[in-house]
Design a protein around this ligand. Structure first.
Ligand SMILES: [Zn+2]
Ligand SMILES: [Zn+2]
Length: 254
């Protein structure tokens, strides 16, 4: 039990300000526009809220207010490969390295997305959901159920593009009566175009992460299943709320 506990860690979102010291107070700082979006794209910070402004106390400092996904993101954001080109570009316009200041004295409206900080992950759940449920959907660690920030996922665009498409189809099913039958079929039918594509990409993720990756399957009914709908075999119970069962052979979770 002790060893098991040691393996589990959970990262919490951290509101912060990144301070960029410009050479001149007359610098427009225009080259910083889009940096927040790039950080969010890499899963280092949350999508929103995110504000870039000139410091009130010191006009030669630009401040990007944002919420880092976790402590690891703060430690490593300048080393992320896709940001290197940004930083090389930015360094020439800065007096000093960017500085991250944690914000502790204000209440922030942050999504409480807990990230996985386990030292050894053993399996993953690809758990896509609607666009408004950012804390409950995404790629989750099979041990702690914390979300995996995008920066931990190799070749992430493959699986993240699919999750993006899935979330939009889910929104259509939930919010609109237009295309309702089509969207329900795409979400729940194991042979739908969306599902087949998702399973292929989960397979690729499994190979790159070298651990079992289970795709969570949408079901309108919430009652437990007696058998796996794909292979007819028995299902393995999962400890936390959702998903509650998984088929180890088919890599599906319900
Ligand atoms: Zn974990
Ligand atoms: Zn099965």
């Amino acid at each position: 039990m002790r060893t098991e506990k040691k393996l589990i860690g959970v990262g919490r979102p951290l509101p912060a300000v990144i301070r960029f010291h410009l050479h001149e107070r007359e610098d427009t700082g225009r080259e910083f526009i889009g940096l927040g979006a790039a950080l969010a794209q890499d899963g280092l910070i949350q999508d929103a809220p995110q504000v870039l402004r000139r410091s009130i106390e010191d006009p030669s400092v630009l401040e990007l207010s944002c919420t880092f996904q976790d402590r690891t993101a703060i430690r490593g954001w300048q080393r992320t490969r896709s940001l290197r080109s940004w930083l090389t570009r930015l360094r020439t316009g800065l007096l000093a390295a960017p500085e991250v200041v944690l914000v502790r004295d204000v209440e922030f409206d942050v999504d409480d997305i807990r990230t996985c900080a386990c030292r050894h992950r053993r399996s993953l759940f690809v758990q896509p959901g609607p666009t408004w449920d950012r804390a409950g959907s995404g790629i989750a660690c099979g041990v702690c159920r914390g979300r995996l920030p995008a920066y931990c996922i190799p070749a992430r665009s493959q699986i993240l593009c699919w999750c993006y498409a899935y979330s939009r189809v889910f929104d259509i099913w939930y919010r609109s009566d237009v295309l309702e039958a089509w969207s329900e079929e795409q979400l729940s039918d194991l042979e739908s175009h969306l599902k087949i594509e998702g399973r292929n990409r989960c397979g690729a993720l499994e190979r790159s992460m070298r651990m079992p990756v289970h795709l969570c399957v949408f079901r309108v009914e919430q009652d437990p299943l007696a058998r796996c709908p794909e292979c007819g075999g028995g299902l393995d119970p999962v400890e936390m709320n959702f998903p509650r069962q998984r088929c180890l052979d088919c890599r599906l979770a319900f």
